[in-house]
Write a protein that binds this ligand. Sequence first.
Ligand code: ADP
Ligand code: MG
Length: 726
Amino acid sequence: MLRFNALNDVLKRTPKHVEYPSDKISEFYATNVFTQEKMREFLPKEAYESVMASINEGTRIDRNIASQVASSMKDWALTKKVTHYTHWFQPLTGATAEKHDSFFTPISGGRGIERFDGDNLIQQEPDASSFPNGGIRNTFEARGYTAWDPTSPAFIIGRTLCIPTVFIAYTGEALDYKMPLLKALHAVDKAATAVCQYFDKDVNKVNASLGWEQEYFLIDSSLFNARPDIMMAGRALVGHNPAKGQQLDDHYFGSISERVVAFMKEFEIESLKLGIPVTTRHNEVAPNQFECAPMFEETNLANDHNLLLMDIMEKIARKHDFRILFHEKPFKSVNGSGKHNNWSLSTNTGVNLLSPGKNPKTNLRFLTFFVNTIKAIYDNADILRASIATAGNDHRLGANEAPPAIMSVFIGSQLTQMLDNIEKNVKAGKMTPEDKTELKLSIGKIPQILLDNTDRNRTSPFAFTGNKFEFRAVGSSANCASAMIALNAIIAKQLNEFKKSVDIAINKGVKKDEAIIKELQRLIKESKAIRFEGNGYGDEWVKEAERRGLSNLKDTPRAIKTMVDKNTKKLFAELEVFTEKELEARYEIELENYILKLQIESRVLGDIARNHILPTAFKYQNVLLQNIKGMDDVFGKENKEMTSTQRDVLKQLSLHVNTIKQKTDEMLEERKLANKIESPEKKALAYCDKVKPYFDEIKYHSDKLELMIDDTMWPLPKLREMLFTK
Ligand code: ADP
Ligand code: MG
């Protein structure tokens, strides 16, 4: 049986030996990246300066320069034995895509040369018809193209030079995650730079930074292959809780098994060569769950790095006979996986705008960005919620673990006091010199209070952690761009409004600091309801949030509807991040993704129930029947008490068997009905409300059977086997 063969495989595993390429990490760090340093070495001065200007100021690179860059890139790549190049992009499938072309070009006389020119660098036309486009391409334009993103450096994987690109339809609509992310980052740069002018005229650029923390599960590849549900849907659709779960908390920060360490070491080496600054590794809360985190970087680059890392992890895991699960909730009974997005804003002058300064002036700057962030979340919680909604994340948000589906902001008791203080004590009308002195004193206290790092809340979806916000509701399998587009766009919008209001006051003759403080006071008051310091898991919070008028959108179809409402369209259009058409298309794609995921889960579950679980139950029933017959022969039919246990088990088996059969049939009927629905919106709701509820019911009865049936007959690897094998 596959299960026992798999378990045997696991027993024979030994850790693979992995060597560092050299003694120090710094010696091989970023060796496979066309870094700024290498650009300086390989590029003519004019071309180098043009690329740097494009990175720092967003200026265009002309064709002539692009040809010089291409030629230098090729020269560098050839020194690394590279033969092919590809445009690397992020279609809305969620994975990354590439189409490889060879440098090699045949020329006359049976010879060939290595060629890569500016046109190859700038633009490519992948066959785009198989990527999701939400109707954009069908309706408007059949072709799309990829275009070079010079802000993210080219890198080498194997023997291929990869060029980060955006993916756009010929009619101009973005077909990927990178294009709108770059636009949102541009919007927040513009808005934040303008606000920074109140405090420091030298600021001319603000970068949003992203530091993600990637959680994942590992399971042995043989066990993985014996579980059709995990193979097809990424999660266990059946399986009883192991006797020991995460109650003991002994996995968290515990020692990591040698096999896993070898895997981590190898993927870290590969990541470091690609310039991904991974620094942290540790176990997570659940058994066989781990986390990896790099140093934070500029958001676009950080996101490219996250996608690259996920790719690398997947490949390296197989080399170590593991399979990596990025699903948000692979196992119902243990903690799910997230991808915390640590976010902040920093200036070209080297200031972190969410880090309190050393004096009242810099602290007022801090408060400005801090309070505006809170207000942006308050006004646009539903947009943020929509940005992280997926079928996988639905199992995590709102389940009994961090974080809930209700968006709220945690800032700690001391900053809460600070905001309360401003809210209550800044008087209406003109401020007196005494008022100002008092306020300065109070604002000046922030740096001290933030040293107290014990003030942390792990249950909040959006928490301030000293010098950054941590958006914890992002799912582990997500492309961070989705969350980062939403977050940076709503911050941009809020900062624009803030600037407008403060300028109006200043034009009326109010002093700048006073105008800022008064506006902050208003924002603090208006956004108070989004601040929550308590336990985000509790039922009380659900009730309290409802009283406060906060949304609690528990599933994807309901959460993503916000993407296409009037306010969302207006917000994104004004910031030039998404057109209405693009939002409509993305909405449709996400609905389709959701439907497909649930459809696959439902089919796999049906297969497992009919082909694995029920036949196993029948076999075991036969064993019991044989046993009862034999017992009756020996002790006589009339001595029923001799076989009472067997009869009892037989009866219970039949009850569960019948229920599974009935529920599986009903699920199939509901699926058929749902599939007939034309509107993707209604279809997604049907899958959510009519099909999905069967999953847990069928699982419940299957798990009961798992507990009753002879262990040697059970065909599917059990949760304890998948979670506790090292
Ligand atoms: P944890 O959340 O696990 O307690 P930390 O709070 O120490 O971990 O940091 C988590 C992440 O925050 C790290 O990956 C780090 O790179 C990132 N980070 C630190 N400063 C910033 C910043 N200014 N902007 C974005 N991310 C940051
Ligand atoms: Mg964290």
